[in-house]
Design a protein around this ligand. Structure first.
Ligand code: DHB
Ligand code: FE
Length: 280
C-alpha cells in the first residue's frame, strides 16, 4: 500500500529562485531564510520518497484568465518549465508518474472532485522554487512528481474548506494505491503577502504565526475563514494558504511537527516552512 510519509509547506517566492541561480544563499539578506531548510533536506534524503504530490498554484504560465480550472492535475511522464520572467533560469523537466497520477484522478473523481486532467502541463515558480529549496542537488531527487494546481488567480477561488477536503480525498487516494510507495505531499505558497494596490507589501506576522500553529493543532479552525477574510488578514496573495490546508487534509487527524521556520520579509512575503508527519 502507498502511504504518506510526511507533509511539507513552503513559500515559493520567485526571488528565492533568482537568489539560488546567483549563488546568493549566504548573503546577509538571504542567510536567515535559507538556514531554515537543511533539516527538511536531511529528512528527505533519509526518507527517500518515491512520489512528491506538489499542491501549488499556477500564476499564469500554464493557465491564463481565458481558461482557469479551479483544480487541475498532471498525468504526464514529465513536466516542462518555461521562461516566466522574475530573473529565473528555465530549469530541466521534472519526472512524472502517469500511472500514479491516473490512480489519483480515478479516486478523486470518484470522490466527486472533478479536476481538469492535463497530459501536458508547464510548471511555474510555485513548483520549481520549492523543489530547488528541498533538493538543491536535483540528481538526488528520486521522487517522481504529480502536480495539482489550485486556482488562486481569478475569483471565485475554492474555499479553504474545499481545499482541506481535497487534501482528505488525496489522502484516501494514496492509501488505496496497491504499490508500496512512499509519498510526500508538498504544498507551496503563502504566507501573508500582497503584491498590488494600496496594501502592496502587506505582511501580517501575527496571522502567519497563528496559521502555522493552527495548521498543526486545529486545521478546521482555518477552514472556517472565507476567501475574503483570508484576503483581509493575509493579503490578496496570502490566500495561497489554501494549498497548505490541502496538504494538511492529506495527513491524518493528529500530526507531529518535525520542523518549522518563519522569516520576514522575503521579497514581499512572510516566508514559512513546515515539516509534518502523521502522529504514531
Ligand atoms: C512574491 C510571492 C509570490 O508568492 C509570488 O508568486 C510572486 C512574488 C513576492 O513576494 O515577491
Ligand atoms: Fe505565489
Amino acid at each position: 500500500m502507498a502511504r504518506i510519509v510526511g507533509g511539507i509547506c513552503t513559500s515559493h517566492i520567485p526571488a528565492i529562485g533568482a537568489a539560488i541561480a546567483r549563488g546568493a544563499q549566504d548573503d546577509d539578506y538571504w542567510r536567515p531564510f535559507f538556514k531554515g531548510y537543511p533539516p527538511v533536506r536531511d529528512w528527505l534524503a533519509e526518507t527517500k520518497p518515491d512520489i512528491a504530490i506538489m499542491i501549488y498554484n499556477d500564476h499564469g504560465l500554464n493557465f491564463f484568465l481565458d481558461k482557469l480550472p479551479t483544480f487541475a492535475i498532471g498525468a504526464a511522464a514529465e513536466y516542462q518549465n518555461a521562461d516566466e520572467g522574475w530573473g529565473l533560469p528555465t530549469l530541466p523537466p521534472y519526472a512524472g508518474d502517469p500511472e500514479f497520477s491516473w490512480h489519483l484522478i480515478e479516486s478523486l473523481v470518484n470522490d466527486e472532485f472533478d479536476l481538469t486532467t492535463c497530459q501536458e502541463m508547464l510548471v511555474d515558480h510555485a513548483f520549481t522554487v520549492p523543489i530547488a529549496l528541498l533538493w538543491p542537488d536535483r540528481s538526488t531527487m528520486t521522487a517522481k512528481t504529480v502536480p495539482i494546481s489550485v486556482n488562486t488567480v481569478q475569483h471565485p477561488l475554492p474555499t479553504p474548506k474545499r481545499c482541506y477536503d481535497l487534501g482528505v480525498a488525496v489522502g484516501r487516494a494514496v492509501a488505496s494505491h496497491p504499490e508500496d510507495l512512499k509519498v510526500v505531499v508538498i504544498a507551496t505558497g503563502g504566507l501573508s503577502h500582497q503584491l498590488e494596490g494600496k496594501r502592496a507589501g502587506f505582511i501580517n506576522k501575527a496571522f502567519d504565526e497563528m496559521c502555522m500553529r493552527d495548521l498543526i493543532e486545529d486545521p478546521l479552525a482555518l477552514t472556517r475563514f472565507s476567501i475574503h477574510e483570508l484576503v483581509e488578514h493575509a493579503g490578496s496573495q496570502g490566500v495561497e494558504l489554501i494549498m497548505w490546508l490541502a496538504m494538511r487534509g492529506a495527513l491524518g487527524k493528529d500530526v507531529a511537527k518535525l520542523h518549522s521556520h518563519y522569516h520576514i520579509p522575503v521579497s514581499n512575503t512572510g516566508a514559512g516552512l513546515l515539516l509534518l508527519e502523521n502522529a504514531a
